[in-house]
Design a protein around this ligand. Structure first.
Ligand SMILES: Cc1cc2nc3c(=O)[nH]c(=O)nc-3n(C[C@H](O)[C@H](O)[C@H](O)COP(=O)(O)OP(=O)(O)OC[C@H]3O[C@@H](n4cnc5c(N)ncnc54)[C@H](O)[C@@H]3O)c2cc1C
Length: 381
């Protein structure tokens, strides 16, 4: 079987298959380690779905809390325990790829896949290093996935967020003083309908802005303005990248093909968090694939168990996160005072990030008390 893409989703899927004894080839267009535009926030809920520990030397910093900033107001919540491990994606992804090879998979990095086709029950992958054939292909090739073209139409502007990220060098001491162990999130300012972030790492900070692709006009200019307002240097390398907005209904399988991670469109539409669902979907995909080989059944109907499992494990939550995104980003005059001014709401938001509660439970909690939460928010309590 062949996995296209050695990010968190692909490496997890390939490792699961290799561990179960399947002959597994994993291809990536880049030579590893490679750069990936990302805040590098690996929420601690990931720890609950993996069977290894993320080595301390890969974790650059641990975030214990979230600080929401709206113009000149801010609201913060700090926990006594870490809620997110902040990593550099080049090192994190290399670590995951190495684990995959350790489990017995063959990695061919620097191999660009150009198309996937099917003849009878055989899938053929065309690449810069020649043709490969297999019974099963996993599309783990990110938001601009080529493999996904065999499963569903391309994502539209309303299904994508546009982001720009930069890594700004800073001494660990300055990071300690200015950002500490917070995930800083910014509304308003230059960000418009969307948000900006500053995530502290070891010797740099990850700075970014993101918004719905259709609504994000002049992202580069917005980003430069944001850097200016944050009093950060403007001469940094900019990394534009798209994030798919998760939708539990989107097709993720067809005969002999399973999509995982960003290729499946699995990222949280409110926060843009995608590493957790990349790893979770990779794991569930490998379990379905092992059964498919066991039963020698690679038909879409059989593989659709994977879709159902993703829905019940995490992707059904995207529907609620999407609704929350419409309210929060679409009605800032209500939502920002509600969140910024309200300690209780922020605490629940941190619970969601840490995987201690769900959007569903949040909605059940917030709906009946919305008027009083709004009032408290406006009064700043
Ligand atoms: C600016 C930004 C900030 C983000 N911050 C966070 C965050 O802090 N926390 C979080 O949880 N999520 C974050 N995300 C989302 C997260 O980065 C993704 O959801 C996650 O990387 C998805 O993992 P993946 O393995 O599915 O895809 P990717 O990590 O995109 O990996 C895909 C791999 O496929 C390879 N590939 C692509 N095309 C081909 C091809 N044709 N042939 C061969 N190989 C190919 C690529 O080289 C790459 O290695 C952020 C995203 C962006 C854009």
């Amino acid at each position: 079987m062949i996995v296209v893409g050695a990010g968190p989703s692909g490496s997890t899927a390939a490792r699961g298959c290799a561990k179960a004894g399947l002959k597994t080839l994993i291809l990536d267009r880049e030579k590893l380690p490679r750069f990936k535009a990302c805040g590098g926030g690996v929420t601690v809920k990931v720890d609950r779905i993996i069977d290894y520990k993320i080595p301390e030397e890969i974790i650059e910093r641990k975030a214990y809390g979230v600080r929401l900033n709206y113009w000149n107001k801010s609201n913060s919540h700090l926990r006594e325990y870490p809620i997110t491990n902040l990593v550099s994606r080049s090192r994190f992804d290399k670590f995951l790829a190495d684990k995959t090879v350790e489990a017995g998979a063959e990695l061919m990095d620097g191999t660009i896949v150009s198309s996937v086709s099917k003849e009878g029950s055989t899938q053929t992958v065309e690449s810069s290093e020649g043709k490969f054939t297999a019974k099963m292909i996993v599309g783990a090739d990110g938001v601009n996935s080529i493999v996904s073209e065999r499963v569903r139409p391309r994502l539209t502007q309303d299904e994508l967020a546009s982001t720009i990220e930069a890594e700004v060098p800073m001494s660990p001491e300055e990071i300690d003083v200015k950002f500490g162990n917070f995930l800083d999130v910014y509304f308003g300012n230059s960000v418009g309908i969307g948000y900006g972030w500053i995530f502290p790492k070891n010797d740099h900070i990850s700075v970014g802005v993101g918004s719905l692709l259709r609504m994000f006009k002049n992202p580069k200019q917005r980003f430069i303005e944001f850097l200016g307002k944050m009093k950060l240097p403007l001469d940094v390398e900019l990394h534009p990248h798209l994030i798919p907005l998760g939708n539990p209904k989107r097709r993720v399988v067809s005969d002999g093909i399973i999509l995982v991670g960003d290729a499946a469109g699995y990222a949280d539409p409110l926060t843009g968090e995608g590493i957790y669902s990349a790893i979770h979907s990779g794991k569930l995909a490998s379990e379905t694939i092992v059964q498919a080989f066991d039963k020698n059944n690679f038909k879409e109907e059989f593989l659709s168990t994977y879709h159902t499992e993703c829905r019940s494990a995490f992707s059904e939550e995207f529907r609620r996160a999407r609704k929350a995104a419409w309210v929060i980003y679409g009605m800032p005059f209500i939502s920002y005072p509600l969140i910024i001014g309200n300690k209780e709401v922020l605490e629940k938001y941190v619970d969601i990030l840490a995987g201690e509660t769900t959007y569903k439970a949040f909605k059940q909690w917030a709906q009946p008390k919305l008027p009083s939460l709004l009032l408290k928010g406006l009064l700043g309590r």
